[in-house]
Design a protein around this ligand. Sequence first.
Ligand code: SAM
Ligand code: SF4
Length: 444
Amino acid sequence: MEKKVFIKTFGCQMNEYDSNRIYDSVKKIGFKKTEKHDDASCYILNTCHIRDKAKEKVYHEVGRVKKLYNNKNKPIMIIAGCVAQAENEEMLKREPYIDIVIGPQSYHKINKVLKNFTKKEKKEETDFDTIKKFEYFDKIKNTNNKISSFLTIQEGCDKFCHFCVVPFTRGPEYSRPFNKIMNEAEELIKNGVKEITLIGQNVNAYSYEKNQKIYRISNLINELEKFSELERIRYTTSHPRDMTDDLIDCYSTSKKLAPFLHLPIQSGSNKILKLMNRKHTVEDYINIYEKLKKINPLIEFSSDFIISYPGETEQDFHETIELIKKVKFINSYSFIFSSRPGTKAAKLELIDDEISKDRLIKTQNILFSNQIKMNKSFENKSIDVLVENKIDGQNKLFGRNKYLNSVIFQGDKKNIGKIIKVKIESCNKNSLFGKIEDNKMRAA
Ligand code: SAM
Ligand code: SF4
């Protein structure tokens, strides 16, 4: 029987990158990637543990796969990602349909585990072997050829914000060797990638030492800049404490670094930031904002907000709203605090549900109104769009501007991979709509 693998990916960009690398790995032992949910011989759920009922969602998904394969051969069922790490062998005990549980720092073992798999023997791999994992993947070509691709430079976190599971599921901070990252970037660019987003849970904490020289994310950006075929550089997710001056300087020296920074702050109240163990203040954040705006007033910000963190008063919430009004984030993520097992905040008393929902709605109303205002400001203007793909079943193209807005327009697929001018005619909260600017008209 032909060996086919399907991966369903949840959560952050790190998981998306990992899923692609898992495909690259299992290809070596004969597995072909399938886009269909229902004809795989190996079905992988790459899971996320960051919020709410993550574990229950995974069991629910497994139930769905079970039904899907009811009249077919059962696929080898693998749970990967952060829920796998957090729950480990518990999952094998609770759900017999699951065959293999593998954590994010053990993916280098996936081929071995699959080759040795027998139906009678379930397997759990959840060690933190980050160095070995990257050494293994450094030897496997990255075949990703999406116009805009992620490249992991750093993993894990040593900051231990009191609400967050990442330090427990991804392990301690680790920065990949500078030359290995550049080799992989070169592979991606040869594959046709035009935009690289450097990723890590604390991407700007990247720090790699060789021959007494310390390489930071600024060095990576400067080196990437030299690839003439590469059009744009981004990075995510960064922490305010690691926004050092060398990185801030890149916004004046780099021509390819997008003028858009996703920099989570979580709350506009210093009291709450302290309770969260964030290790930065609102003033630190505003200082970064002002430095960047001074370099280039067109730089825009987005952020993450946790609403109703235990202890948040009306006054603390008001300070968050005031911050949003000041910084005018152009797009952001906001969620009610979700108690995560094993974290310091897990035992704290939750804020009333109705109050939390009300605060979330108020937050999102103002975030969305900023977003709409920004999108409207593009109407009747011609903007640069990096064309990423054709939209399935439609004669339309999809691309993004510098600020990561989705742009949808009619056009020929010969434009894919190019930066072209699109005249924006209308917008909604999430997307801009327009048409390719007519060169002849522009000249006239
Ligand atoms: N490392 C980044 C930072 O420190 O800003 C964030 C990475 S975290 C994986 C992504 C986002 O998930 C956080 O910025 C936070 O807003 C959100 N998050 C994490 N734990 C959460 C929790 N327990 N409840 C609600 N949101 C949470
Ligand atoms: Fe989680 Fe980010 Fe805090 Fe690390 S710095 S614990 S990844 S929120």
